[in-house]
Design a protein around this ligand. Sequence first.
Ligand code: MRU
Length: 344
Amino acid sequence: MIPTIQWSGKKVLMIDQRKIPAKLEWFSCRGYKDVIRGIKKMVIRGAPAIGVAAAMGLALGAASIRVKSYARFRKSFKRMAGEMSKARPTAVNLRWAVERMCLIVDSMADQPVDIIKNVLRQESENILEEDIDINRRIGQHGQKLIKSNVTILTHCNAGALATGGYGTALGVIRAAHEEGKNIAVIADETRPWLQGLRLTSFELMKDRIPVRVIADNAAGSLMRQARIDVVVTGADRIASNGDVANKIGTYQVAVLARENSIPFYVAAPLSTIDMTIKNGDMIPVEHRTPKEISHFNARLVGPKGVKALNPAFDITPAKYVTAIITEKGVIKPPYVSGMKKLFK
Ligand code: MRU
């Protein structure tokens, strides 16, 4: 499996996801601002992967702070953390990772700055390793919900590339395949960035898991023809009532799944659950440049001057979610109490 992100000496290397599948190219980050640019420009994307990137970026940033006093180090670090948190707004894993790194700094006031820098780098490596392990556990819990001889629809890319490795939704699919279940995948192409076409099909083909890509607007019709048995997606943020923010288009898939009596599962780590918010209406949805809609491969496709709307995520109300698959197990409605138990 290709690593999504890794340390290489004093640099952080991210596989440039904008170039896949045409090229496997590394995007090299020497400083925390390179990491912020990588997140903003979609070099690295997917909620857990963005969290890992933020942690590594802050370790890079910490290493560049040239002061000996703890107070001055902390002040500079917190400024960088503030900038990092704003790189993208929807995936809460970014803020989660930033907070985890800030806690380290806050808890080491009596330590020399050089020691704190080493601990921060180690913590970023821990976050990466933990994420891979978490995804394998999500996969184990989730595969139990997948029968043999089924076709699974997924949206966007919630695979190894969207995480530290293995994937959340694709982790469930991989684990079912590893169990020897006969499964096939239908991947929504996922306009406008085509994560389904470019990344999900690429990952699954490498693992020899049968996959076919469809235009996003084909999902409903295939469901009505009983050609899809189950839906599994990832999430960018889950509110404490079980409302799910995920890649734009997920909501319509969930509604169509309900209409056609198809289970709709969401696979995500605890770091994606935001217990500070009551419901999905409180999740900030990123709106990206209209050019991503009006242009294709940097070429204007619509009429000159055409206006476009480009929300990058949508909210699926909890009532459409059959179950949420986490590393601690599968939770079913009612989510408000189920979520609280997860965090006990
Ligand atoms: O804009 P992206 O590509 O970062 O959006 C990613 C998604 O919406 C994924 O489906 C989600 O982050 C789950 S990743 C395990």
